[in-house]
Design a protein around this ligand. Structure first.
Ligand code: COA
Length: 331
């Protein structure tokens, strides 16, 4: 039997127009451009305006994906949106986007895996393609983190931003595209990066709002340690599983949470600095958006050639983490 792999045939990204620099943040919380840059690598992030939400960013990504892939909306079979900041609990962001782009034959859903949302989405989409059931799968990673940021909490509000990106997956019989994946989850880490309120455990109430429980909370140091270890280990694991070393990788696209996490993870799995894509300086941590935006920028800037091995690795709340190995396109 001929085996099918999923190939990324188009990528796109989108952000809100409004930029918030570290200097803007200095006016809101007790922080400094110098501290943010040296501790995280971030200089600025994009933030939504009033009345803008994750489905707006996703719709913009989806429209670009249709143009770039040459597909019409009714050719899309499935829409998967990785996000922890959906417009609403229900309807799903995927349903809103489906309606916005008039993808009349698509079904789809939101996928909650925090910063691993795009990697989990690519794995899910790839499995759908490999099953032979679907031809065109749209995967988007998006977050409007400012909707759950506490601008009184300087430990968290300086590191996140809003934005998203995506890809169209199609099948190929030439053994390239997404050639391998390794995904992990460890729910014992849940308490270290959490939005405590607003769900069924702690429904919204006057008290939950007064206690600021609808905002994201983190134990930054613990998350930092797990992120370095998780991203480095899973990246090394997928390389060795495929008999590759860091030298064989043309481009490493890690989740953009903190430049120090990226540097440590790349060093630990033997990938030289010039092969590591870093754009956290301009976007901050857009959660499910980071890898999708970075991959789209890399394609746009012609940083990837046919035959290149591209490694995507994530770490996020849950804890969730994973790597996807792509052998770039070769039509
Ligand atoms: N501006 C200025 N000072 C700040 C600050 C800010 N925004 N945030 C914290 N500080 C202060 C702290 O209060 C502390 O002061 P003290 O020494 O007087 O107590 C000092 O800076 C050092 O704080 P610390 O928490 O040790 O900093 P850090 O080097 O661990 O960096 C994070 C903090 C949050 C940037 C870092 O832990 C991190 O990136 N963690 C991972 C977070 C993450 O990636 N989350 C998403 C995962 S997907």
């Amino acid at each position: 039997m001929v085996s099918i792999t999923a190939k990324i045939v188009a990528t796109a990204h989108s952000t809100p127009e409004k930029v918030m620099t570290n200097f803007d943040l200095e006016k809101i919380v007790d922080t400094s451009d110098e501290w943010i840059k040296s501790r995280t690598g971030i200089s600025q992030r994009y933030v939504v305006g009033n009345d803008e939400a994750s489905s707006d960013i996703s719709t913009s990504v989806a429209k670009k994906l249709l143009i770039k892939s040459g597909l019409s909306a009714d050719e899309i079979d499935v829409i998967i949106i990785g996000t922890v900041t959906p417009d609403h609990f229900t309807p799903s962001t995927a349903a809103i986007v489906q309606n916005n782009i008039k993808a009349s034959n698509a079904w789809g859903f939101d996928l909650s895996a925090a910063c691993s949302g795009y990697i989990y989405g690519l794995e899910t989409g790839s499995a759908f393609i490999r099953s032979g059931l679907y031809k065109n799968v749209m995967v988007i990673g998006v977050d409007t983190m400012t909707s759950i940021l506490d601008f009184q909490d300087r430990d968290t509000c300086v590191i996140f931003g809003d934005g998203g990106g995506g890809a169209i997956l199609q099948g190929t019989q030439n053994n390239h595209g997404i050639i391998d994946s390794l995904l992990h989850m460890d729910g014992s880490g849940g308490k270290y990066l959490i939005v405590p309120g607003g769900g069924s455990r702690l429904p919204a109430s006057k008290k939950s709002v007064e206690n600021r429980e609808h905002f994201i909370k983190q134990d930054g140091k613990t998350v930092f340690k797990h992120a370095v270890r998780g991203m480095a280990n899973v990246s090394a694991e997928i390389l060795s599983k495929n008999n590759l070393t860091g030298d064989d990788i043309s481009l490493f696209i890690p989740h953009q949470a903190n430049k120090r996490i990226i540097d440590a993870a790349a060093e630990k799995c033997g990938i030289s600095k010039d092969k590591v894509l870093i754009n956290i300086d301009r976007y901050g941590n857009t959660t499910a958006g980071t890898i999708a935006i970075a991959l789209s920028e890399a394609v746009e800037n012609k940083k990837i050639n046919d035959g290149d091995y591209v490694l995507l690795s994530s770490f996020g709340a849950g804890f969730t983490w994973g790597s996807i190995l792509v052998k770039w396109n070769l039509s």
